[in-house]
Design a binder for this molecule. Structure first.
Ligand SMILES: [Zn+2]
Length: 969
């Protein structure tokens, strides 16, 4: 993000160096008649030119490896009154190849001076040599020009003094504020560096491969505390009452994991079984919401140490709730930073789903202390090795430590979310080239996180739990304090048998004749890296089509696409390019046995041992593929579900509902068939299956509701109430029951109130009145809070009262629920007011603006308002909101995955597409076409044509905020 004051600093900086070269004391120009300048005069086009017209000696976005950092000594002094910071650093570097310049990353920093010492200079206390500094902002790099060539294999020390403003956004070293209950605004300073923002806080080798040790010192006033990655070793008193905290040197790590905070927070602490001190920090009045996080992180840290058989390598771990934070959380080693709503748990206002979220984010960030921090991907193209693993470890760790949270069932949604994006032709492979900071930023998406986790889950199911655990332990051990890539992981997971510790570990599933990646599976050989490359290097998800003919099963695989149909000209060419090695599983009506088969070719045939009435592929939905049953396959399954659904496993029932609606949206199954499937739900007792079915029906209802097709909307409303009324009416308005009973209660009551089901709206209105009469003191069960507020927000008095409470509430969980409720108002002037407050960023923080816009766009009364607002303020929003993922919503024709166009270009393409497809959509809205036909077309349009309603409701705001609540990093 570039803002006006940073531009100012940059100009001062350039001005400084323009004048500096005229000052002999700072710069002796004759000293710099280096070979590259000679080369420049011969071939000027080979070099970029700095803003002051001088040649910059390095052309690439990536740094050279001629010099590598070993150690950084960093002293930072933020001033929370003037909102700037002064700093100095000394970087110990090892020169690997003789060079006359050192290239570092630096962005928006004003560099005062830079000097170089050799080891001899230091030994004999000689003054250092002044370095000339050139800046090339387009690559966020500076070049330090040395007067004499640096010698290979020798260590040098570069000292730099610099200063800057504390940043305005959520990146680099930035300011964050919070309000006390007394109305006072307090400021803190905090860092967030991933992926490429450490360079905004100090000049550095800002690439994950350049691991080094960091010794950090922070100056502060006595009313504040300072925190960093490592424990504090001492505090020194300086003049004018300032204090300087010195922290222990870190372990070897990448720059994006460095962190420091100056704040006035309070903490709670505990110690793990292995003696690591864990503390949770929050602003003083939120201290009471920190206890759940402490219990959870102690439990999870113990779990991970046992699971990996590798101790957490630092003596302490702090988790800090930051009032203004971009992503959900950030895994800085030893000092994890979170949004307040990702860490704090308020027993009065945090719902079952809030509890799941907090637990999930803590589990994710703690897993990163190994996956990401200890072993780091070589480059951002493989960020999934960090994010996919951390997301997957949520499942392993929470299942083991909090079985009552039924995270196993919840994890299915992680994969369904990935599938929703991966079925568009504009998706990307998990491992994907990314060079510029924007491209790197775009890698932090549902493909890296969710799809990464899902293919690991599939692999674990294929390998078994034990082999998977041993494989990843081996991977972490082997690459500790180093960097790794895809093949390193597959090598460890497939067990080379060449590693001594593996042989002694007692298992080896290859023989000497096989290659190191071979796994013997059902008497056939499977090359793990070959198999997994089909999942990481190809985009998309396979569709497995199954046709039963007597005891023969005909299988074929194809690329599953929602946006391109079989009648489209590109269909054939696209299909030719894709082939997966799919570890299939299936069960049949004849036995409980799980059958396995690896489908490596486009087509295959299997013989069943006995005749069977139905077949279900993808047992427990562990595989990352969609299944279509041709012939009578779906009918047999639907019959079985209606006769006795319990013969199919609970997760298989969820998977069937999911796949059926995916196939509808791709035009491969009729909506009638999918709705037929959901009819059995009136007898369903498993909450995950009910939630899945309800979710699809609700989505369908809202799609109709936004289109003024009143007869269709009414039909669907009656359909839903007919099958779910009994279930809705028996719900209590409480927080009782298992986690999924509670999630189901929230979903059922929300749907009932959305459908204006009188028993629901009346109960909610009554609770809201009592809450208002008690001046907000009445405790409403947290799981129904959002529903009660949403019903209350429909009256002018209720809406205004909620807005007032929003400003006063000390609970982020409650504020989120109030904000959602406010966004459901049917009055445009209220929605306009919310947008205005969001733009101001005071009452409604900027971090909450994207989810707010998202919620307004989901309100039928807010769709056009949100759309017009986004269109008119596009450029401004791009600056304000950091995470932008546009490419998913564009077709191959317009985007081509080149990402070279500006974001304005993408936006224009979106507008063009909307207009085109809206016209197409209207063509289908002829009178007298059947309800099912309309519904199915609308459902397909959602995915295929980016119709106006879809774009406004889903895409535009998904573009700004890809998930309703932002994901952890
Ligand atoms: Zn992460």
């Amino acid at each position: 993000m570039v803002n006006s004051h940073r531009k100012l600093i940059f100009h001062i900086y350039i001005g400084f160096y323009c004048s500096a070269i005229t000052l002999p004391k700072i710069c002796v120009c004759s000293q710099f008649s280096t070979p590259f300048i000679n080369q420049f005069s011969k071939d000027p086009e080979a070099f970029p030119v700095t803003t002051n017209g001088e040649p910059f000696p390095w052309r690439d976005l990536r740094l050279p490896h001629m010099a590598i950092p070993l150690h950084y000594d960093l002293l930072v002094h933020p001033n929370l009154t003037s909102l700037d910071f002064a700093a100095s650093e000394k970087i110990e570097i090892l020169v690997r190849e003789a060079t006359q310049f050192i290239i570092l990353h630096s962005k928006d920093l004003e560099i005062m001076n830079a000097t170089l010492h050799s080891e001899e200079d230091l030994r004999y206390k000689k003054p250092g040599k002044e370095l000339k500094v050139l800046s090339y902002p387009a690559h966020e790099q500076i070049a330090l020009l040395v007067p004499e060539e640096l010698i290979a294999d020798v260590r040098y020390y570069v000292a730099i003094n610099f200063q800057a403003k504390l940043a305005d956004g959520f990146e680099g070293f930035y300011k964050s504020t919070y309000r006390t209950s007394g109305g006072e605004t307090r400021t803190i300073a905090v860092t967030d560096f991933q992926p490429t923002e450490a360079r905004m806080a100090f000049p550095c080798f800002d690439e994950p491969l350049f691991k080094a040790n960091f010794t950090i010192k922070i100056r502060r006033e006595s009313r504040h505390i300072a925190l960093s990655n490592m424990p504090k070793v001492r505090t020194i008193e300086l003049k004018e009452g300032l204090l300087e905290d010195h922290f222990e040197a870190t372990v070897k790590m990448s720059t994006y994991l460095v962190a420091y905070i100056v704040c006035d927070f309070n903490s709670v602490s505990g110690t793990t079984l292995s003696g690591v001190k864990v503390s949770i920090y929050a602003s003083p009045e939120k201290w009471s919401q920190t206890h759940y996080a402490l219990d959870t992180s102690l439990k999870l840290l113990d779990f991970y140490e046992n699971y990996f058989h590798i101790s957490y390598p630092l003596p302490k771990l702090d988790l800090v709730a930051i009032p203004d934070f971009g992503p959900g959380a950030m895994e800085n080693w030893g000092l994890i930073t979170y949004r307040e709503t990702s860490l704090l748990f308020d027993p009065k206002t945090s719902s079952a789903s809030d509890k799941l979220w907090v637990t999930e984010v803590i589990a994710h960030e703690l897993a990163h202390q190994w996956f990401g921090n200890l072993v780091t991907m070589e480059w951002w193209n493989d960020i999934w090795l960090n994010e996919g693993f951390a997301t997957y470890m949520e499942l392993i760790s929470i299942n083991a430590t909090y079985p009552e949270l039924q995270f196993d069932d919840y994890f299915l949604n992680v994969c369904f979310e990935a599938i929703a994006k991966d079925t568009l032709n504009s998706s990307r492979p998990i491992s994907n080239p990314a060079e510029t900071p924007t491209e790197v930023q775009e890698m932090f998406d549902v493909v890296s996180y969710n799809k990464g986790a899902c293919i690991l889950n599939m692999l674990k199911d294929f390998l078994t739990d034990e082999k998977f655990q041993e494989g990843i332990t081996h991977y972490i051990r082997k690459f500790s304090y180093r960097n790794a890539k895809n093949d390193d992981l597959w090598g460890s997971l497939s067990n080379s048998c060449l590693e001594g510790d593996f042989i002694s570990g007692g298992f080896c599933y290859s023989n000497s004749k096989m290659t190191s990646n071979t796994l013997s599976f059902l008497q056939k050989n499977v090359e793990i890296n070959e198999m997994m490359n089909t999942w990481t290097l190809q985009k998309g998800i396979p569709l497995v089509v199954v046709k039963q003919e007597g005891r023969s099963l005909r299988l074929h695989q194809e690329l599953f696409l929602k946006g391109v149909f079989r009648e489209d000209p590109e269909w054939g060419t696209l299909q030719e390019r894709y082939l997966w090695q799919i570890p299939l599983t299936y069960s049949t009506s004849s036995s409980n046995m799980i059958h396995r088969h690896v489908l490596k070719s486009k087509r295959d045939t299997l013989e069943l041992p006995e005749k069977t009435s139905w077949l279900k592929f993808n047992v427990d939905s562990n595989g990352y593929y969609i299944v279509h049953y041709e012939g009578h396959g779906w009918d047999h399954l639907i019959t079985q579900l209606n006769q006795n659904h319990t013969l199919l496993r609970p997760k298989d029932r969820v998977g069937l509902i999911h796949d059926a609606f995916q196939l509808v949206s791709a035009g491969r199954l009729t909506l009638d068939k999918a709705l037929d499937l959901t009819r059995y739900l009136q007898h369903e007792t498993s909450s995950p299956a009910l939630l899945k079915g309800l979710g699809h029906l609700e989505l369908l209802y809202h799609m109709m509701d936004g289109r003024n097709i009143s007869d269709v909307t009414e039909n669907l409303k009656h359909y839903i109430l007919r099958y779910f009324k009994a279930m809705i009416d028996k719900q209590s308005w409480s927080d009782e029951g298992s986690i999924f009973d509670r999630l189901l209660r929230s979903a059922l009551l929300k749907l009932a109130c959305d459908l204006n089901h009188p028993p629901c709206t009346q109960k909610a209105a009554e609770l809201f009145s009592r809450w208002m009469e008690s001046s907000g003191k009445l405790n409403i069960p947290a799981d129904v809070l959002k529903i009660v507020y949403s019903v209350g927000a429909q009256t002018t008095g209720g809406w205004n009262y909620l807005l007032e409470q929003y400003g006063l509430s000390m609970s982020g969980a409650e504020k989120n629920k109030i904000l959602y409720a406010l966004s459901t108002s049917k009055h445009q002037e209220n929605l306009v007011k919310l947008i205005k407050l969001g733009m101001e960023g005071k009452v409604i923080k900027t971090q909450d603006f994207a989810p707010l816009l998202h919620a307004i766009a989901r309100n039928p009364k807010g769709q056009h308002l949100a759309w017009n607002f986004v269109r008119e303020n596009w450029t401004h929003l791009l600056k304000k909101l950091v995470f932008v993922y546009i490419q998913y919503y564009l077709s191959e024709q317009t985007c081509k995955r080149k990402k070279k166009g500006s974001k304005t270009f993408y936006f224009q393409q979106v507008v063009k597409l909307i207009k085109y497809h809206y016209r197409k959509f209207r063509k289908y809205r002829k009178p007298k076409i059947s309800y099912y036909f309309i519904a199915q077309r609308v459902y397909i349009f959602q995915n295929r044509f980016l119709s106006i309603a879809f774009l406004v409701r889903e895409a535009v705001l998904e573009v700004l905020c890809p998930r309703p609540s932002p994901g952890p990093d």
